[in-house]
Design a protein around this ligand. Sequence first.
Ligand code: GDP
Ligand code: IMO
Ligand code: MG
Length: 442
Amino acid sequence: MSGIILLGTQWGDEGKGRITDLLAGQMDMVVRFQGGDNAGHTVVADGVQFKLHHIPSGILYPDIICVIANGVVVNPEVLIGELDNLTGKGINTENLRISGNAHLVMPYHIILDKAGEQGLGKSKIGTTHKGIGPAYADKAYRSGIRVQDLLDLKIFRVKLDEALKLKNEIIKKVYNLEPLNLEEIFEKYKSYVERIGKYVVDTSLLINKYLEDGKFVFFEGAQGTLLDIDHGTYPFVTSSSTIAGGACIGAGIGPKQINEIIGVMKAYTTRVGSGPLPSEIEDRTGDYMREKGYEYGTTTGRPRRCGWLDTLVVKYSIMINSIDSIALTKLDVLSGIDEIKICVAYDYEGKIYKDLPPHQTIMHKCKPVYKVFKGWKENIDKIKTYEQLPENTRKYIEEIEKLIEIPISLVSVGPERNQIIIRDLNLERRFLKRDKKPLLVL
Ligand code: GDP
Ligand code: IMO
Ligand code: MG
């Protein structure tokens, strides 16, 4: 068994792409199991920045198979753009595999996503406008169109025709917008077949074969636990299962195939879009974090809301996902802040909550209870070992560990591959394969 899941413990953008890229060198396969191009995973390798939306963050390694599994919703136009972008930067994309069971994001999904959000006015979710919600809704409603339908254009056309009949009624009558043309969409999607058809395989079979052969398969989550459709801050969530359980469904493997789960946790909290964020900072410190951490959406460019680290959120994620250890990211962003806070409880009408409260109203209205730490002034982005970190930085890390009760195995101090402190050397031993380079050559 060598299935490893990596996922976000907060509201997304924790640095999953960056950590996946770091660990992918030890893997044989990297799998995306949910979400779509709402995800934006940034990887920086040797000064070159890559922004990935569908394609797993293992793609920079030429010998790794990268899988877009059944649980993902695929926008072929965006995917082709990603492929072109990668090849333009000298990356070989021939090792990509796409599940025929993955659903397609169609033009009407994007229109309905945007129009639906506009209709909600102040109550809007703040989606990425990528058509994710409507695409997953069609999947659940059993009116979705799948990647495999592209390989039989007769079926594709029938399904598109059926779908458009209803969608165009909604587009015209509910939203007062121009209806879509069947022929135009058909021709456009037909042209995608040549580009992506060759990657389509039975990915569940492929992943299971790799696992059976004892190969290392890495499941890269998108979004974060608090954006999970069931376990997140509904309705301010995405429309897929972002949690560890989602990897089994979205990739077609049994739960027993997983033997390690890593949670990615930013040293503070960010969120794009609406919804509760109890530890939000609305003063200059929040702006400082946003500018220093460049907290702007990878997919939409929107400024991210910033807040202090919330251990109630992370503890909840650890529970929901059975997380074994944490990869802490963006610690360097906190350098230069005089007082650093960690949210350890919520106070709602005098009652103290140490776990996420049972009713979301409390999360919206509570006052965060903070533990306050002395910050550090030093830049830490070149530090390679834990011992070299300033004393206050180590205190911050060790206090988090005490609060969340699981180890922090990796500490990221910058976006580049080598800006990492490996605390758990066993991690390397567990993952290191004889034919692979060590995790990091310092
Ligand atoms: P993801 O969606 O979880 O993969 O995260 P994003 O890529 O959307 O956002 C994380 C951003 O922070 C990216 O721009 C990364 O290059 C950057 N990043 C990742 N780790 C670090 C770190 O430790 N320090 C700094 N300063 N930036 C980081
Ligand atoms: P990565 O993988 C942060 C948020 C949107 C919105 C909500 C629903 O880069 O961490 P959707 O378009 O999915 O229907 O939007 O979810 N959201 C993300 N926030 N990172 C992401 O992905 C996100 N993907 C969706 O901002 O609040
Ligand atoms: Mg992101």
